[in-house]
Design a protein around this ligand. Sequence first.
Ligand SMILES: Nc1ncnc2c1ncn2[C@@H]1O[C@H](COP(=O)(O)OP(=O)(O)OP(=O)(O)O)[C@@H](O)[C@H]1O
Length: 228
Amino acid sequence: MTAAVEARDVRFSFGSTPALRGATVTVAPGEILAVMGPSGSGKSTLLHCLAGILVPDGGEVLVGGRRIDDLPEAERSALRRDRFGFVFQFGQLVPELTAEENVALPLLLGGVRRREALTRARGWFDRLDLAGLEQRRSGELSGGQAQRVALARGLVAEPEVLFADEPTGALDSLTGEQVMDLLVGSARERGTTVVLVTHEARVAAYADREVIVRDGLVTSLTPAAGRP
Ligand SMILES: Nc1ncnc2c1ncn2[C@@H]1O[C@H](COP(=O)(O)OP(=O)(O)OP(=O)(O)O)[C@@H](O)[C@H]1O
């Protein structure tokens, strides 16, 4: 089966600091993969390389079996917009926009007309337990609400792959569990592939499989905790 996303022997340095030293990982279509590992081990860098945000110094990144690391920036940017969704640790909502405009953003950037984009965006508010908050700005939302809005924004364009970098890192454990339930539930409903960076075992337990990044290498493959 062709992998949804794959890194082959990927190397990346920030100046003289090596962040990835030959990382190899394969994510199957519809799989939820947790990327674990100590602070500074290269987890975010691996996610950024898989998502075509960073271009590796060596090795290859493939999406649906096709190399993306050698594409021009404009094509990688279009790929991110059209086929990927993103959720980061601190939601990173646009403060000037309402919650529903934030959710609609990927659709608007993809050329969907405003009225249709907002209608599709609103559909997510009930689903993610956000009904009534459509017109709020990010400063008027709790951390958990803002992160659910960010999750809706990551999923609204029905991406093939959702990249989530510490999506619960700024939340208390109960709120974090609610966000993970919604993230995993929505991904499973649509068969969305998920690459989930986390240093928390209880978050990784939501995944189908976990890999550990250590010193810029993917060093171990184990079943996620709590799964047979
Ligand atoms: N923008 C940057 N400039 C310079 N060095 C960086 C930059 N980003 C990351 N690094 C370095 O690259 C290495 C890998 O960082 P990365 O952020 O990928 O680790 P991480 O496993 O995601 O860490 P954390 O769990 O703390 O977020 C570290 O040594 C880090 O200091």
